[in-house]
Design a protein around this ligand. Structure first.
Ligand SMILES: *Cc1c(COP(=O)(O)O)cnc(C)c1O
Length: 364
């Protein structure tokens, strides 16, 4: 199968969720617990390449106990959203997700998936399950493309077989009690990524290694974990699944640079572009935890926020560690610049503002 002639077999779900039940689920979907009727699947076999692309009923799959992913964690994923816009649905920068997916795959010695296949799999799934795209404000259809090693072999080497799938989940807001600032805990012993590691790849293994630090954050009364660099334990990197921005009193912004240990967020990139278009200065530079604390105390730092597809933009109000905690700006509400950037991004995503960058792509 070449990327130019994408043939997807369509095998409709013969027992879709009844309409009334679907409507009830869509009224309050939460995050990541409700799924649509179908999934996209493509197989990969060494020598043959990608084959058997299809949209079929979402259902459990059979995985052999010796399947490589269960032992050596060759797995990568993406996270993106389809939004209701007008009478149809749109995707936000899906081509960027397709490129990043291959970047992650390359780091984990997995095969390249032609961008056209990635995009077509996502579009077809949204199209088939269009009734599942939430229409209430803040709602969206979260899409989870992923790929894993599926060769039945315990030898340590890149797998000769892979399964690529896309599942879809209608979601409301990511955080409970959405909108209010989140608190972050500085991970004390665990780091997320080291130079030369997999920090810039969106792989399940990074998340597995972050869960203990996240539990530590919750134990200490915080919402999220913040990771420092693995070498000096001094430089702010990112949260477990979100990038971070700082807003200063002179109106400038800064965010940690993409040095290989940070996930290159598409929300991060979009906000940098929007902020610069609004005339703001944005620096991609290292920022230390000590500087953060003293800038928050002096008032030089006005706002801090986290960003990612799931939560879009989340203000950070409090930063805690065993040495104590500090707050940023008015910790009860999100800062003005944070909220303005969030609104500017969401307006483009929902079609309420012009899209000068061609970021929004209509599905139907
Ligand atoms: C996915 C992810 C992000 C955010 O990326 P977006 O493209 O903005 O959703 C940030 N950090 C990590 C670790 C991630 O996995």
């Amino acid at each position: 199968m070449s990327g130019n002639s994408v043939q997807f077999d369509y095998r409709p779900n013969s027992t879709p969720v009844p309409v009334a039940e679907r409507e009830a689920l869509l009224a309050s979907p939460g995050f990541g617990r409700v799924f649509t009727d179908h999934m996209a699947v493509i197989n990969y076999t060494e020598g043959q390449g990608w084959h058997d692309a299809r949209i079929e009923a979402r259902a459990p799959i059979q995985v052999d106990p010796a399947s490589a992913v269960l032992h050596y964690a060759q797995e990568v994923f993406e996270g993106m959203k389809a939004y209701q816009s007008g009478n149809g649905a749109v995707l936000f920068r899906p081509d960027a997700n397709a490129r990043r997916f291959n970047g992650s795959a390359s780091r984990l010695s997995m095969p390249d998936l032609p961008e056209a296949l990635f995009l077509e799999s996502v579009r077809r799934l949204v199209d088939v399950d269009r009734a599942w795209v939430p229409s209430q404000p803040g709602g969206s259809l979260y899409l989870r493309p992923f790929m894993f090693a599926n060769e039945v072999f315990l030898g340590v080497k890149p797998s000769a077989e892979y399964l690529y799938m896309v599942i879809a989940s209608p979601v409301g807001s990511y955080f409970k009690g959405a909108g209010g600032p989140v608190s972050v805990w500085i991970s004390q012993n665990d780091t997320r990524a080291a130079m030369g590691g997999t920090g810039a790849a969106k792989c399940g293994g990074n998340y597995a290694a972050s869960l203990r630090a996240q539990a530590e954050a919750i134990r200490n009364g915080c919402d999220q974990t913040l990771f420092l660099d693995a070498t000096e334990r001094r430089w702010v990197e990112e949260l477990g699944g979100m990038n971070i921005f700082f807003v200063f009193e002179d109106g400038s912004l800064s965010t940690p640079p993409l040095d290989g240990t940070i996930l290159p967020g598409i929300t991060r990139d979009s906000l940098i572009t929007i902020a610069r278009a609004q005339g703001m200065t944005v620096r991609e530079e290292a920022y230390s935890i000590d500087q953060w604390k003293s800038d928050a105390a002096s008032g030089r730092l006005r706002e801090t926020f986290a960003c990612g597809t799931a939560a879009v933009v989340a203000p950070i109000g409090r930063v805690a560690s065993p040495e104590g905690s500090f707050t940023i700006g008015n910790p009860e509400v999100g800062g003005e610049v944070t909220m303005r950037l969030r609104a500017a991004l969401v307006d483009i995503q929902l079609g309420n503002a012009p899209d000068p960058y061609g970021w929004v792509q209509r599905v139907f």
